[in-house]
Design a protein around this ligand. Structure first.
Ligand code: MRU
Length: 353
């Protein structure tokens, strides 16, 4: 089984970020090194590292890489560079709020030390903070798994969409953590993994992760979800999220909303598993969630081969929003949020504080 972490830091303050290049999986397992902030930005943009919590961790380490060129600068120039680095990383992808959460956290760490520590010491503190973001996510995923496993029973068939596994987090995952923890407690599950068009995170990554952990998994095309539900193969759906509004409306990989509607039509509970860092309490509902639009070539030239006529008009939103009323419960590190209402979310999460 692969035991390499999704992302980790090599060396001290002058070190670099190493990550699994997820675009090559499952055919090739390769790690890449990011030694400047531009390569971290590119890795996030091109989905070499992806999944909301992993994007946040990459951004935190990306700040550390980006600040290396400011070593030796005096304080005001150093803080100017910090703003530039954070603003630049913030342009890599718009939907996963963990990116902005991590950048804010890094900036707050630095600002709190301004005046009392030297830039050299603050750079050390930033690396410690990035490592803490990574390590906390490891723990949080275990907690999500533990709480979520309670929702599943031995022998169940379950369905997931996209990849919310170890590759999308520090390790262990959110939606997949629920399956891993249930399996570890002796419950036998059969997972149906949607392939997840257009970039196949389900086929390439979820199927791979589940196979590695020896969990029964069947890969289906996205368009087969309805029939497997109708055939009675699915007792629960669990997905991750990229941004959850204060009322529980949840953005996740394109196609998730359709899966939630299908689950409702078949009387199947639809669960979302996500850390509190994925909640955006500044948004009262999902209407304000920015949805990333991606390159049309992801649809017309998937994996190097042209599959649509030249010049065709394409719509390629990377995410959709599932309204809270379709979500049976949200599993976070503090427990199971049910019913999914603004009040109950605030009660369990503490509003992010
Ligand atoms: O475009 P991606 O691959 O970054 O999309 C990822 C997802 O939609 C995941 O389900 C979500 O980030 C949760 S990851 C624990």
């Amino acid at each position: 089984m692969n035991n390499q972490p999704t992302l980790h830091w090599i060396g001290g303050v002058d070190g670099h970020l190493r990550m699994i290049d997820q675009t090559l999986l499952p055919g090739e397992f390769k790690e890449i090194d990011c030694r400047d902030v531009e390569s971290v930005w590119e890795a996030i943009k091109m989905l070499r590292t992806r999944g909301a919590p992993a994007i946040g961790i990459a951004a935190a380490y990306g700040v550390c890489v980006g600040m290396q060129t400011a070593a030796g600068k005096e304080e005001s120039a150093w803080f100017k560079r910090l703003d530039e680095v954070a603003d630049y990383l913030a342009t890599s992808r718009p939907t996963a709020v963990n990116l902005f959460w991590a950048l804010d956290r890094m900036k707050r760490t630095a600002v709190a030390l301004r005046g009392s520590k030297t830039p050299v010491e603050i750079a050390e503190a930033l690396l410690a903070e990035a490592r803490a973001v990574n390590e906390e996510d490891r723990q949080i995923c275990r907690e999500i798994g533990r709480h979520g496993a309670e929702l599943l029973a031995d022998g169940m068939g379950v369905l997931t969409h996209c990849n919310a596994g170890g590759l999308a987090t520090a390790d262990y995952g959110t939606a997949l953590a629920v399956f891993f923890a249930a399996a570890e407690s002796g419950k036998r599950l059969h997972v149906y993994a949607d392939e997840t068009r257009p970039l196949l995170q389900g086929a390439r990554l979820t199927a791979w992760e589940l196979q590695q952990r020896e969990i029964d998994v069947t890969l289906i095309c996205d368009s087969m979800a309805a029939v497997v539900m109708r055939e009675g193969r699915i007792s629960a759906v669990v997905t991750g999220a990229d941004r959850i509004a204060a009322n529980g409306d949840a953005a996740n990989k394109i196609g998730t909303y359709g899966v939630a509607q299908l689950a409702r039509a078949h009387g199947i509970p639809f669960y979302v598993a996500a850390p509190i860092s994925t909640f955006d309490f500044s948004l009262p509902s999902g209407d304000g969630i920015p949805i990333e639009q991606r390159d049309p070539r992801e649809i017309t030239h998937g994996f190097g081969r042209q599959t649509a006529p030249e010049g065709i008009d394409v719509y390629n939103p990377a995410f959709d929003v599932t309204p809270a009323e379709l979500i049976e419960a949200i599993v976070c590190e503090r427990g199971v949020i049910r019913p999914v209402t603004t009040e109950r979310i605030a009660e369990v999460t503490g509003g992010g504080s």
